[in-house]
Design a protein around this ligand. Sequence first.
Ligand code: TRP
Length: 455
Amino acid sequence: MTHHHHHGSPPLRGRWSSRLGFIMAAAGSAVGLGNIWKFPYITGMHGGGAFVLFYLFCIAVIGVPLMVAEMIIGRHTRKGPVGAFRRLKGGFWGAVGWLGVCAGFVILSYYSVVAGWTVSYLWLALQGTFSQQYTQQVPQLFTGLLSSDANQLFWQALFMLATVLIVIGGVKKGLERANRILMPTLFLILVGLAGFGLFSPGGSQALEFLFSPDWSKLDQSAMLEALGHAFFSLSLGMGAILTYGSYADEETNIPKVAITVSAMDTLVALLSGLAIFPIVFAYGMAPAAGPGLVFKTLPILFSQMPGGSIIAILFFLLLVFAALTSAISLLEVVVAYYCDEWKWDRRRATLVMGLVIFAIGVPSALSNHLLKDWQLIGERNFLDSVDFIATNYLLPLGGLLITLFAGWVLTPSVAKAELAKGAAVSWFYPLWCFLIRYVSPVLVALVLLNKVGLF
Ligand code: TRP
């Protein structure tokens, strides 16, 4: 197969308009509900410290090298995952791209439901619900939301509509613009909330819970969950970052972008934990309360802070945007596939697939009320089960395959050349090579097999 590079010729596919635009878009994809909704609740379920430290280890040793790998493959091929793997190798490896597109469908289907919850909370905040006189009622709001199927469907539909409209706008206009201002603002608000939380009564207990490890709590399930969540939170294992890399320009310094994005993502997750757990302890709530944790805790914080009702509006507004910029990247993988491989036009691909994904998400939206007795995995309802399968199996498997591909199938000179573009750092390539060949695949395989019970 011949490898064409379009030096000099105007690119037919979209490009980010600047390097900062690429960083912000990748960070926008990474920072989302995974950081603010999911990280605190699974940390609570798995007992805190040990889980958090193992998660940080996974980010640094497995996540960062995989993010670099996805960016290399994307920029080198200038294609989405299906086209990229097919062009570089084909055969079995084409299936890796497919797995990614499927994961995009599955994850966005329930992601949009949870995102819908955040839109509904924004609506509540706008009505002044989180002011002082209502502190007592705050916990019931979430139960109320979950007990209405129609409300959840409505907010899910609204969120999907917004996602579709932005993705139709394309790489520069739609994706990039949305990311640039919103991320830094969200970050600032979180710093404020975490600060407020830390100096309130539950602060020191929260710190201890989050960072002092009790290793006996780190069982096989916790390890797989931490690993899977490292992939989920960094948007890895399904070709989303690969697709974004395919729009990056030749001068982009890939290691620098990957490290910056991973660091920002991790910081946001930790800040969100620091904001949420002080409330959990100050009010004697259960850290293992499950998927509703954020929605039951932060509103209490808002109802007690000076200016809390304004901060609540800002926070939920930004959370909705963080969810949007992540959802965009999930839909983008699916759309890029239909555009690149089926030659659909962008508008058609986005509208049709947006509708299909909405439809797949309907059982998730109904999973808390109408379909609440339909439990697939353990005690989990439909939404939690699909999330469990995607995060614990699809992403680690996809991540393992991409890692193996980058380490053992991709021609080393290709990776080396990609890493040398943009200011080269000589120590990075050997380190990356070592991690991606020997360390990450072995660790991911061990954690997966261990959980499945093969040894
Ligand atoms: N990383 C996002 C979050 O934490 C979710 C997300 C966006 C994602 N794109 C992805 C997860 C691709 C896995 C794969 O909310």
